[in-house]
Design a protein around this ligand. Structure first.
Ligand SMILES: Cc1cc2nc3c(=O)[nH]c(=O)nc-3n(C[C@H](O)[C@H](O)[C@H](O)COP(=O)(O)O)c2cc1C
Length: 372
């Protein structure tokens, strides 16, 4: 029987070389990470708005450090490999999320949505691998150069191509260009990784089947990161409405939003019928920011400015939209559904175990058809 080679990052062995990508807000929490870890993959929680989600769950005010600490501890509670995705764009809570994760013994911190140039300066740990997400060889070389000055080399790198879900490291017009396909982005990134001591390269964005994984591993990838397939599992903590929208989505429903788009300025892939996006198109939601995760610095250097606070033409309030999609205040704010380009292929919600077996190439039990 065919078996993938394990992926080793900083001495941590991931039996099945599949990393379940971090999915914010509130989609990849410890129930998903734990389940993936139990099946031999790496389960990754998302730090996005974790303080709010954990505060509500515990009915007790919990800050970003404590929330990361608690969710990592729960993700690792039943064994296996688990880590956290911390987006650079969430600057205000970045350092606290990193420290809480390292102190809780996270196996890895995966960080993108911006260049994580300062990550090793915040926490260099013996046990936590530091893994940047890049979309080009240029970005990897820049990170290596900066990190080497801090006495650190990336323990692995995720190359995320333009078919991914969430925020994209590509402009809208680049998304469909052959030059930017994951297959074409990979070789120069692998070369750059080899120039820096053979950093393991994990590919992400549009990987859907066992054969896709095989194909990229044959090209020299060390592992894959997958999001959309794990969004469509029973253990993901997206709302039932979100999961239903995922199953119902057709190819033409999946778009890349730029204007109006995310207040952090990066394009974001969405199901176009998402209520929050429809409101944005109609300018139906008054500009308001009462969460403040995607903050930019003001003139004094303090994180106070969210463009969605003042403007509903160029941007919309992704924090409230995504929180609503994770079941947080759905009566007050309308949901926003982010997905990968292959979301139209998802035709049912399945347990993580079945998905992992399918991806490993094990025989899959077809669902029993319901009587007509
Ligand atoms: C619902 C959803 C939320 C996501 N949220 C994040 C996030 O918070 N941070 C991040 O770096 N990537 C995020 N991503 C990207 C995934 O971690 C992953 O790299 C990507 O989706 C891979 O492409 P695929 O969905 O085609 O498998 C998200 C993806 C999805 C589908």
């Amino acid at each position: 029987m065919f078996k993938f080679s394990p992926l080793t990052i900083k001495g941590i062995r991931i039996e099945v070389p599949i990393i379940q990508g971090g999915m914010g807000i509130g989609v990849s929490l410890h129930p998903l990470a734990q389940a993936v870890a139990a099946e031999g993959g790496a389960g990754i929680i998302s730090s996005a708005a974790l303080d709010r989600l954990v505060s509500r769950r515990n009915n007790k005010k919990t800050n970003a450090y404590e929330a990361a600490y608690e969710e990592i501890s729960l993700s690792k509670a039943k064994g296996g490999v688990a880590g956290i995705n911390i987006m650079v764009a969430l600057e205000r809570d970045y350092e606290d999320s990193v420290r809480g994760s390292v102190d809780a013994g996270a196996d890895m911190i995966i960080s993108g949505a911006g260049l994580p140039l300062k990550l090793p300066a915040i926490a260099k740990s013996k046990h936590t691998a530091l893994v940047p997400i890049v979309s080009s060889a240029r970005a990897l070389r820049l990170i290596c150069k900066k990190w080497e000055k801090l006495g650190y080399r990336p323990d692995a790198v995720v190359l995320e191509g333009p078919l991914a879900g969430g925020h994209l490291g590509f402009r809208g017009e680049q998304v469909d260009q052959d030059e930017f396909s994951l297959e074409n982005l990979f070789p120069p990134v692998k070369d750059a990784a080899n120039e820096h001591g053979g950093i393991p390269v994990i590919v992400a964005g549009g990987i859907y089947t066992h054969d896709d994984i095989k194909r990229f591993m044959a090209m020299g990838a060390d592992g894959v990161q997958m999001g959309t397939r794990f969004l469509g599992t029973e253990e993901s903590t997206a709302t039932e409405e979100y999961k239903a929208a995922l199953v119902a989505a057709r190819k033409e429903d999946i778009i890349v939003a730029e204007k109006p788009g995310s207040p952090c300025g990066l394009p974001i892939r969405l199901i176009s019928g998402s209520p929050m996006y429809q409101d944005a198109l109609a300018q139906a939601r008054k500009p308001k920011c009462d969460k403040g995760y995607v903050l930019l610095r003001d003139k004094e250097g303090k994180y106070t400015v969210c463009p969605a606070r003042y403007d509903n033409r160029d941007s919309f309030c992704i924090c409230n939209g995504l929180l609503s999609s994770a079941g947080y205040n759905p009566d007050k704010e309308r949901p926003l559904y982010t997905v990968g380009a292959n979301a139209w292929r998802v035709d049912r919600i399945m347990p993580v175990r079945d998905l992992m077996n399918e991806l490993k190439g094990l025989p899959v039990q077809e669902p029993v058809a319901s009587p007509a």
